[in-house]
Design a protein around this ligand. Structure first.
Ligand SMILES: *Cc1c(COP(=O)(O)O)cnc(C)c1O
Length: 221
């Protein structure tokens, strides 16, 4: 297996090439290192490589890793997996950003926890029933609800398109998320994963969420 620093160099090169094609600066694109399923040590390794933004999918998993990473200066932790309302309070204690807000109810629960929190709204950009995220039709009301929450700062939208190996097939979903974000004057767009982030960058992504391309294949959780 390749080392993290080699993988990181390759990911950075891919970011640069995609940004160049889109006439964008690579500095506009944040690399979120997705550490789910891997031990806390890989977060420390990635921090040593200069990464500062980290993504986790499960509240409970990060709860067990957090004591081993809380001393990492400048590190910010994003929840990118589905969040149940009954775990909102704990999530607001563990994470600086929750990208997976998908209902006004969840927003209110996070707000009621009483801590300042950056949030993004997860939008479903495909018809797939199993995927989390809210339908476009619910977006306006949810944006309004989040903006009414004093402890929450809404900065953008997030999406996970329907799985396909062919990145090109996700282009329309990424483009749609960009349009929706513009409609609500939201600056951040969290879209693009290991296999499709070039297309996401071409469509305006400001944050790519990368696990496999940095850390290798995950065993099943
Ligand atoms: C796991 C995960 C990622 C990272 O996926 P890779 O294909 O390993 O890069 C990104 N976003 C979300 C929401 C995830 O669950």
């Amino acid at each position: 297996m390749e080392s993290l620093s080699e993988n990181l160099a390759k990911v950075r090169e891919r970011i640069e090439r995609a940004a160049a094609r889109a006439h964008r600066s690579p500095a506009e694109i944040t690399l979120l290192a997705v550490a789910k399923v891997f031990p806390a040590q890989i977060i420390r390794d990635a921090w040593n490589e200069g990464l500062r933004e980290f993504g986790e999918n499960y509240v409970q998993e990060f709860e067990s890793k957090e004591p081993d990473v809380r001393d990492l200066t400048g590190a910010r932790f994003h929840l990118i997996g589905h969040l149940q309302s009954n775990k909102a309070k704990r999530a607001s204690e563990l994470f600086q950003v929750v990208q997976s807000v998908d209902s006004p109810k969840l927003a209110r629960r996070l707000n009621d926890a009483g801590r300042p929190l950056e949030v993004m709204i997860e939008v479903k950009t495909s018809g797939e029933e199993t995927k989390h995220g809210l339908a476009e039709a619910e977006l306006a009301a949810t944006v309004e609800a989040v903006r009414a929450c004093a402890n929450l700062t809404l900065t953008g939208l997030m999406t996970v398109p329907e799985w396909t190996e062919e990145a090109e097939k996700s282009r329309a979903a990424f483009a749609r998320l960009r349009e929706l974000a513009a409609q609500f004057a939201l600056p951040k767009l969290s879209m693009g994963m290991s296999h499709d982030f070039e297309v996401a960058i071409e469509e305006g992504s400001t944050m790519i969420r990368v696990g496999t391309a940095l850390f290798g294949r995950r065993r099943k959780p």
